[in-house]
Ligand binder design. Structure first.
Ligand SMILES: C[C@](O)(CO)[C@H](O)COP(=O)(O)OP(=O)(O)OC[C@H]1O[C@@H](n2ccc(N)nc2=O)[C@H](O)[C@@H]1O
Ligand SMILES: Nc1ncnc2c1ncn2[C@@H]1O[C@H](COP(=O)(O)OP(=O)(O)OP(=O)(O)O)[C@@H](O)[C@H]1O
Length: 301
């Protein structure tokens, strides 16, 4: 008996960041778009909790109880008086520590997979509560599509997306730590008046209309200066993607992956090819969004 769940990566088309809160988190206006780069989590009953991982960057993924997939299984089992005796296998395709919510995807995937395996009958709300305990990005990994995240990003409102948006992602040769990027944001904004984060009306309209030019004119990421400060070479990657014809280029979330919006699939392939030969990044992928959230794609009786 096993269950396999597929979970998408995300790009933040707007990431507005407020001042640091008393609990160390930041209030956000976080416009998430799920994109078609996926991790798959397979859960199988086992003698105890075990995590394995294959794919690019697998060596950087912890295989102990700190893995978000393991934490999800433990949290769900805890609620239902079960023991998390499962083997969680992660087939990784989302870059590790890349700002595309790879670990969050695995947390949401493991939760949905264990829920199906154990037949807990947990409601969507209960699953979303557990997701929010696991991390700010995890609820969005569960729901996918397009959504506005407020609070620390965990309170979601579904958004309409009027069409597919085509993206090129440039992966860096090393990762960036999300807490370190938020700390750098605090350092760069120290003494300044940081406004309350608000979603842009123009950006939400562009998303709803499926208009790539209008979206390109409105994308923004308040963490970008912090990511560039910690990883200055990303400025060259952004310049290379824009020179290759991208409508817009920005750092994805806390980075260091950079995301380039293309007009259509043909243009995305051309930008990807130019980025590959530019030497300005370690790897390049093409993907479109919105993509569906965590979905059961297979299982064996
Ligand atoms: C940068 C984003 O990826 C944008 O979607 C997210 O805000 C980060 O979400 P995440 O990786 O799920 O982050 P969490 O695991 O919840 O938090 C990791 C750390 O990031 C910082 N953090 C995260 C979210 C937030 N709204 N404010 C923060 O300051 C905190 O230092 C926190 O200790
Ligand atoms: N299943 C997992 N996959 C990858 N990393 C994990 C996982 N579980 C825990 N981690 C830890 O989380 C850190 C961040 O990895 P992750 O790939 O989630 O980063 P990220 O994509 O930048 O996150 P986000 O975009 O949500 O801020 C890793 O360095 C690793 O130590």
């Amino acid at each position: 008996m096993s269950v396999t769940v597929r979970v998408p990566a995300k790009v933040n088309v707007q990431l507005a960041v407020g001042a640091v809160r008393a609990d160390g988190f930041h209030d956000l206006a976080n416009v998430f778009l799920a994109v078609g780069l996926y991790d798959e989590v397979t859960v199988t009953p086992a003698a105890g909790l075990r995590v394995t991982c294959e794919g690019p960057g697998a060596a950087q993924v912890p295989l102990d109880r700190t893995n978000l997939a393991a934490r999800a299984a433990i949290a769900l089992a805890g609620r239902y008086g079960l023991t998390p005796d499962v083997h969680l296998h992660i087939a990784k395709d989302i870059p590790v520590a890349g700002g595309m919510a790879g670990g969050s995807a695995d947390g949401a995937g493991a939760l949905v997979a264990c829920d199906a395996l154990w037949g807990t009958g947990a409601s969507r709300e209960e699953l979303l509560d557990i997701c929010a305990e696991l991390g700010s990005d995890v609820p969005f990994s569960l729901v996918g599509g397009a959504a506005l995240g407020t609070g620390r990003g965990e309170k979601l409102t579904a958004l309409e997306a009027g069409g597919a948006f085509h993206w090129v992602f440039a992966m860096a040769g090393r990762g960036l730590s999300t807490p370190a990027v938020f700390r750098e944001f605090d350092r760069l904004t120290a003494g300044l008046d940081v406004p309350e984060p608000v979603a842009s009306r123009e950006l939400l309209d562009a998303l709803a209309e499926g208009d790539p030019d209008a979206l390109a004119a409105t994308v923004s990421n308040d963490l970008q200066p912090a990511a560039l400060s910690l990883f200055p070479e990303l400025a060259d990657t952004l310049a290379a993607g824009r020179a290759a014809g991208a409508l817009a280029g920005l750092v994805s979330g806390s980075g260091p992956t950079t995301a380039f919006l293309a007009r259509d699939t043909g243009s995305a392939e051309k930008i990807a090819q130019m980025l590959r030969t530019s030497g300005a990044c370690a790897d390049v992928r093409v993907a479109s969004g919105p993509a569906p959230g965590a979905t059961v794609v297979g299982g064996k009786a």
